[in-house]
Design a protein around this ligand. Sequence first.
Ligand code: PGA
Length: 249
Amino acid sequence: MRSKIVAGNWKMNKNIAETEALLVELSAKLPDTTAEVMVAPAFVNLNAAVRHLESSAIEVIAQNMHFAESGAYTGEISADMLLSIGIDTVIIGHSERRAYFGETDEILAKKVTAALAKNMRVMFCFGEELEDRKSGNHFDVVESQLKNALFSLDAQQWRKIVLAYEPVWAIGTGETASPEQAQEMHAFIRKTIAEAYDNSIAKNVSILYGGSVKPANAAEIFSKPDVDGGLIGGAALVADDFVAIIKAI
Ligand code: PGA
């Protein structure tokens, strides 16, 4: 069965003192939940975060990684580096990586393959831009993002995949997809996977929604049958908001 997940993507926010302060508060306020709870602080703070959460149910994950094993890639981080500090889940394909750092489907496919080769879990992000939705192309865009990065994986590899559907027009904008829009797309994603593979892979993959999830809208979005949780940006930076979103699941 697929798991419920609430993950906080802290992006380029919080220095070390702020990271520790937020983790202290989160740990103290963490509600009882069967959902997996994850946080993705900035790279420089990951090691401290892992140590801090050693005896906590909160998992520390990475926001990105490079596809190469090692070598002359100034400024980059490898899978082995993450694993060596106890991190085995990585976000790949966030729309900000695609938009500002030129990450194409081809690069993302290489990153996914590299992470899976190290037995890491991949939280793969994808989603259409506003123009795609306006022109009615959103299903095609999402299908091709999935196909290009993930449809050469085998059934075994799919067990390590978590999907995060994040319509770009809803990220950090305060505008959320309606629960119906999220459900419609999540159901389409499952159908697309079922057609490319089979029903059991489609049924067992967790599909998170991301894009301006807040305490006020989380419960309704999470109540949809094909929404298995959320990838949270802005609201993950405030302990009370993130905790309220965890409670909503
Ligand atoms: P947001 O970000 O919640 O601030 O819209 C979501 C994300 O980028 O994952």
